[in-house]
Design a protein around this ligand. Structure first.
Ligand SMILES: Cc1cc2nc3c(=O)[nH]c(=O)nc-3n(C[C@H](O)[C@H](O)[C@H](O)COP(=O)(O)OP(=O)(O)OC[C@H]3O[C@@H](n4cnc5c(N)ncnc54)[C@H](O)[C@@H]3O)c2cc1C
Length: 408
């Protein structure tokens, strides 16, 4: 099932016209960095434009669990390919990933039903997930205090990573292969006429490019609108508490009873949350309604300490560890929660790569997007994820689309 080998991440060098392609990538998160790395390794001339600094968007605020826990079988297969690619990339590029697997256990009846349903659904799939008994949990993770266990599942191939470090590593490799990584450099306007990309305007000048890949996270809709393609993302904030470094306690990613998720980074800090979104209280109204930061430092600290306290219930070694920071991030979440990948119907020279679970998907998205851009091809694995599925009324190739939109 894990088919990727060390060579899978390197594209064959492009030949002929493809080798001379000038390709821009808008966005220096983990997705844009992976695309730039794959393009540059394949021989394209690459410019990556990042409006702030690499890995400052959703990537910095991600839990960064590499997994394939989704119901849709095609999407699960795409994610499994990406996990396989990560195993190969980690060996080839020393990404510092933590491959401890994933454990989800429940203590009461209602949560246990969900855990058992997951085990049942995945039993005959290629994802190596299996039910485990309480005694085995003790062997898998001796530092855990599970409390009563009524159902548990374990995946042996899941892992986690430091998303900022891995993004930087991808960019180092892209740069070594000739890519120019420009920041702060914001893409401010796209010149598109008769379905063709004429130029990309940025705060560091105007670039005549053959292709542009938009991997701008939650800002992607603004850039696509400049090419006449309307895409709306859902608003999906999430918070994470980060402790100061503690002694090594666990290598697994955990989903514990009551919705508490946590892991320990390679640097010793423990990261986790007990809420996929900020709590629904008057204090959080602005965050829940729009992209806004925490209303006060006191509230941040209160949440962070509360979350670490809940984690310590299951991982006692965290007890008393100081809160290092609380992060608030905004997931780039397409309306149907599936990736949006490929060239735009309004301008084939502009590609989009926006997805939730972009940390998990970065290797496969990087490889397949680079292949599509360089070979003018359409990857079979991306078939269900085309932008066209949103059924927007887009202009035909013969209509003139001239973007004057700008957010300078
Ligand atoms: C709380 C939380 C938990 C998560 N947990 C997981 C998880 O466990 N596993 C998982 O796989 N995924 C997880 N995700 C999702 C994952 O983090 C994202 O899908 C991924 O980081 C997206 O990467 P990206 O490169 O597409 O976007 P980003 O990291 O947001 O990068 C986009 C970049 O584009 C730049 N940009 C925007 N506009 C412009 C412009 N006009 N010009 C130039 N640059 C521009 C931004 O500055 C930004 O740096 C989580 C996300 C959050 C917030």
């Amino acid at each position: 099932m894990l088919t990727a080998t060390a060579s899978t991440w390197v594209l064959r060098p492009a030949v002929g016209a493809a080798a001379r392609l000038r390709v821009g990538v808008a966005g220096g998160g983990i997705v844009g960095a992976s695309i730039a790395m794959h393009l540059a390794r394949a021989g394209a001339s690459v410019w990556l434009f990042e409006k702030a600094a690499p890995a400052q968007g959703a990537t910095r605020n991600s839990f960064a669990w590499v997994n394939a826990f989704v119901d849709d079988t095609h999407y699960r297969a795409l994610r499994l390919e990406s996990i396989a690619a990560y195993h190969a990339l980690d060996r080839a590029l020393s990404l510092g990933m933590v491959w401890g697997g994933y454990l989800n256990w429940a203590s009461d009846g209602a949560e246990a039903a969900g855990v058992r349903a997951n085990a049942y659904q995945l039993e005959s799939s290629p994802y190596p997930v299996r039910a485990v008994a309480a005694q085995e949990i003790g062997r898998l993770d001796p530092n855990l205090a599970t409390g009563p266990v009524s159902a548990a599942i374990y995946s042996s191939i899941d892992g986690h990573l430091d998303p900022v470090q891995v993004t930087r590593r991808f960019l180092v490799i892209a740069t070594a292969a000739g890519a120019r990584v420009l920041y702060p450099c914001e893409v401010t306007a796209l010149e598109v006429a008769r379905g063709r990309l004429r130029a990309v305007r940025t705060t560091q000048g105007t670039f005549a490019l053959d292709r542009l890949v938009v991997a701008a996270g939650v800002d992607t809709p603004r850039l696509l609108a400049m090419a006449g393609f309307p895409l709306a993302l859902r608003h999906a904030p999430g918070i994470l508490a980060h402790s100061a470094s503690v002694t090594p306690l666990t290598r697994l990613v955990h989903d514990a009873p009551g919705g508490v998720s946590f892991k320990q980074m390679a640097d010793g800090s423990v990261v986790g949350t007990d809420a996929p979104t900020p709590p629904d209280t008057p204090e959080h109204q602005e965050i829940r309604a729009q992209v806004a930061q925490f209303p006060s430092v006191e509230l941040e600290r209160w949440h962070g300490e509360r979350i670490l306290g809940r984690i310590a219930q299951f991982l006692p070694g965290v007890h008393g560890a100081p809160l290092e920071r609380l992060t608030l991030g905004f997931r780039p979440m397409p309306p149907d929660e599936l990736p949006v990948m490929g060239s735009l119907p309004t301008c084939r020279a502009i590609h989009v790569a926006v997805t939730h679970s972009g940390v998990t998907l970065a290797p496969i998205v990087g490889r397949l997007t680079a292949e599509e851009v360089l070979n003018d091809s359409r990857a079979e694995l991306f078939a269900p994820y085309r932008p066209e599925r949103f059924g927007v009324r887009y202009l035909s190739n013969h209509a003139s689309v001239r973007s004057t939109a700008s957010f300078e």
